[in-house]
Design a protein around this ligand. Sequence first.
Ligand SMILES: [Zn+2]
Length: 138
Amino acid sequence: MKQKPKQPRIRCPYCGREAVLRRASYVHKEKALEEYLYVCSGYPQCDSYVGVHTGTKTPRGSLADRNLRRKRTQAHRLFDAIWKNGILSRKDAYRWMQDTFCLSSEQAHIGQFSDYRCDCLMTECRKVLKNNHIKIAC
Ligand SMILES: [Zn+2]
């Protein structure tokens, strides 16, 4: 009889290999902030991984390489500036993101965003910040 897998099967979008759940220290050494990461089984040749939601083994989004990880962080910083500066509430900021990109609430997570969508989000966030006279260095 087949057993139901406890962890979701995740494939690396870059090389097609399966991702494995590992302690964050496997990648980050002593700087580990998150408990677990889904890491491409080709790591470190394939530098691709994603964190989990705090206290769970649920991935935050899709696996990302260095470039996309950096871009998602940057996009998040710009997006967060919208609600941190009180232009919108956090809830309304996510709703604005959904409306702007025609996303469902499940899709409206920067952790799921592609390189291209990060670029689009950053452009839209910069417009909102600029129209509200808020300067942010990125
Ligand atoms: Zn890979």
